[in-house]
Design a protein around this ligand. Structure first.
Ligand code: CMC
Length: 437
């Protein structure tokens, strides 16, 4: 951190003050305005946090102009090519890649915690069969806090480590159980002999009563597991996005970690964030035919129409989303192996081509983001559309728990408590009348 300072002077307030200008390892310098109110008697106004750093973090770095995404310093394309999701999760949580022995221990601990209390199934079964799986995820993950609360000491680093492992291990089981509940199938128990992704595919698609008719090699094929692993790596963390910030804000109060992750799941569900992958597929289905692309592009540009091109634009990336570049390539590879072309992918490519040439999208630097393509891969893996955001949840848990671990170990942590610019009525007196009859 440098010792530079940032000077602020205001004639109306009649005050001048200087504030530390902090320099991170990479990225823009950041003005430390913690004493702005004390020194200048004013607050800052930044709806949507477009210029506000809410914390210091060592986990992930994004440069939106240059399309750079680093996990603990490692470029996302290198991790996507050489790593796997569990190794990336270890890296995010611990700061360094594991040695062989550390990886084996981590994997066996994840396998150990890959079970849920039988009573938790009662929560899942309490939902109506047509409940949206994200609604179930919010409720069921939140209810984990009822199972792990009284003996959990969030001030103990080992308790925190185990909570993070449990979260990562149980998320795919809960996700698959929600799916099985929605189709009325029996719950499939996790298998210790399968890796993280294959285990998930097995819990989703195995049908024990039909095991003589369905060849498990169909849904446990290595290409499917690898495609899933890649998507999980790409979605594992994305610095202070809306859901991670939600997890941090909830955690800053010292709340139960499982309840904090449930808060993150709720934030992820929205179509502006993780819900975009489901929204992209719904949008492509609505467009239906390449001939209708101009009509939808016109609607996306019309300020009186709430329609937006889902999977386009990003708060941080203003050039390209490096995750989208990787995933677009994977879409091509995966779909080329399929006997027939996926008309939705063809339509997505057509839509992308028209939008990228349109001055509206060029001027606003709106490019396809990761979720423009992720749904197409999930669809190729036979994951139902309403499970797409649930898939994002499994992956992002690695990031959420890493940020939770970082925050809880930070000696300078304080409860998150933003200020506001009050625009309501000034003080007024209550006049007693007989309005309540
Ligand atoms: N379609 C049409 N116009 C758009 C779009 C879009 N997808 N995205 C932004 N714009 C326009 C917006 O109307 C505004 O225009 P103007 O300057 O004329 O008022 C301008 O571009 C800037 O948009 P903004 O809403 O101020 O940008 P933001 O940073 O607040 O929002 C966003 C970012 C991702 C929420 C937004 O681009 C969006 O809604 N995209 C579609 C949803 C989506 O794909 N979300 C997934 C994001 S990636 C996954 C993740 O990490 O969560």
């Amino acid at each position: 951190m440098s010792n530079n300072s940032f000077k602020v002077s205001d004639d109306k307030l009649g005050k001048t003050a200087s504030f530390p200008l902090l320099e991170g390892t990479l990225g823009h310098p950041t003005v430390d305005i913690q004493n702005l109110n004390r020194d200048m008697g004013c607050f800052t106004y930044d709806p949507g946090f477009t210029s506000t750093a809410s914390c210091k973090s060592d986990i992930t770095y994004i440069n939106g102009d240059e399309g750079i995404l680093l996990y603990r310093g490692y470029p996302i394309d290198q991790l996507a090519e050489h790593s796997n999701f569990l190794e990336v999760a270890y890296l995010l949580m611990n700061g360094e890649l594991p040695s062989k022995a550390e990886y084996e221990k981590f994997e066996s601990e994840i396998t150990w915690y890959s079970k849920i209390h039988e009573k938790l199934r009662g929560f899942i079964e309490g939902f109506h069969y047509d409940a949206h799986p994200m609604a179930m995820m919010v409720g069921v993950v939140g209810s984990l806090s009822a199972f792990y609360h009284s003996e959990l000491d969030v001030n103990d680093p080992e308790h925190r480590r185990i909570s993070a492992l449990r979260m990562l291990a149980k998320m795919p089981i809960i996700a698959a159980a929600c799916y099985k509940h929605s189709i009325g199938d029996p719950f499939v128990y996790p298998r210790a002999d399968l890796g993280y992704c294959k285990n998930f595919l097995n819990m989703m698609f195995a049908r024990p009563s039909e095991r003589f008719f369905i060849d498990e090699r169909e849904y446990l094929n290595p290409a499917a597991a690898r495609a899933l692993d890649l998507l999980f790596i790409l979605h594992a963390d994305h610095e202070q996005n809306a859901s991670t910030s939600t997890v941090r804000l909830a955690s800053s109060t010292g709340a139960n970690p499982y309840a904090c992750i449930a808060a993150g799941i709720a934030a992820l569900w929205g179509p502006a964030h993780g819900g975009a992958n489901e929204a992209v597929l719904s949008m492509l289905a609505e467009i239906g035919d390449i001939k209708r692309v101009p009509e939808f592009i016109k609607r996306a540009k019309d300020k009186d129409d709430p329609f937006r091109l889902m999977g386009f634009g990003h708060r941080v990336y203003k050039n390209f989303d490096p995750r989208a570049t990787i995933i677009r390539r994977t879409c091509h590879e995966l779909l080329e192996k399929q006997a027939s072309k996926d008309p939705l992918f063809e339509l997505a490519l057509g839509l992308e081509e028209v939008a990228l040439k349109d001055s509206y999208f060029i001027e606003r630097k709106l490019y396809p983001n990761v979720d423009f393509y992720s749904g197409i891969i999930y669809k190729a893996l036979n994951i139902p559309v309403d499970m797409f955001t649930v898939m994002f949840t499994i992956a992002r848990t690695a990031g959420w728990v890493s940020h939770w671990l970082e925050l809880m170990a930070d000696p300078s942590k304080r409860i998150g408590r933003p200020r506001q610019l009050y625009t309501g009525k000034p003080r007024r007196d209550y006049i007693a009348t007989d309005r309540r009859g």
